[in-house]
Design a protein around this ligand. Structure first.
Ligand code: PGA
Length: 243
């Protein structure tokens, strides 16, 4: 079971450090179950500092990048290389998050290049897929998600299903609809894949998602950026660390 916190650009580096320190103090008293993997996806520039904290404090929290570049080295201004991520303790990265697709104009081809770059470097990509409201309403949700997966040569082991209209809106998908799509993703991708749900997950609704047979975890944005709601969700998942 994965708990993936996506801190986006909500926190300054200083705030992120303070939150991680507080969460690690909490973790010491409430160790994660052995099958619960807790990942924090933080801004790239903050990762070295968070990595130092995780190491010093011997925390089980793992770090993820929110995005990766498209080339291993060379003349690529603004590119984040796998080598630098690995050197800073980062072994996971989100790829194709809907905010990257929407605001940074990342298309399926670019997402495919990034997934492959991460895989070549043994960084686990977390491929984010999901449909817009209009696509769901017109009955095309599965087709859209299938297309987002089809362009990926070697599908990653972790896929996050995040309906775009449920992200940051406070309105998650109905668990039954999440189940239907996650089942579909598992059927398309094969059984070794873990599908996580993302989109307006909160302490109040997290169990309705992780209880779904198809659900291997959650990807949480807003509610993961505050100590109280973050630790509340981790506490709810503790007994489930065996899944
Ligand atoms: P949210 O974000 O939990 O704030 O809806 C989810 C995500 O974008 O990963």
């Amino acid at each position: 079971m994965f708990f993936i916190a996506n801190w986006k650009s909500y926190l300054t580096g200083k705030e992120a450090g303070a939150l991680l320190r507080a969460v690690i103090r909490w973790e010491k008293k409430n160790p994660f179950g052995k099958n619960l993997t807790v990942l924090i996806a933080a801004p790239t520039i903050v990762l070295p500092e968070l990595n130092a904290l995780v190491r010093q404090q011997k925390s089980k929290i793992k770090l993820a990048a929110q995005d990766i570049g498209l080339a291993a080295s060379g003349a690529y201004t603004g590119n984040t290389t796998p080598t630098d991520l690995l050197a800073n303790g980062v072994r996971y990265t989100l790829v194709g998050h809907s905010e990257r697709r929407q605001y940074f104009k990342e298309d399926d081809t670019l997402v495919g290049v990034k997934v492959a770059l991460a895989q070549t470097a043994s960084i686990a990509p977390i491929l984010c897929v999901g449909e817009t409201k209009a696509e769901r309403q017109s009955g095309r949700a599965k087709e859209v998600v299938r297309q987002q997966m089809k362009v990926i040569k070697d599908l990653p082991e972790i896929i996050a299903y995040e309906p775009r209209w449920a992200i940051g809106t406070g309105v998650p998908i109905a668990p039954a609809d999440a189940e239907e799509m996650q089942e579909y993703i598992l059927r398309q991708a094969g059984k070794t894949t873990t599908v996580c749900y993302g989109g307006s997950v909160t302490p109040e609704n997290i169990l309705s998602f992780v209880n779904l047979p198809s659900c291997g975890g959650v990807l949480v944005g807003g509610a993961s950026t505050k100590f109280a709601s973050l630790t509340k969700m981790l506490a709810l998942l503790r007994p489930r660390g065996t899944k």
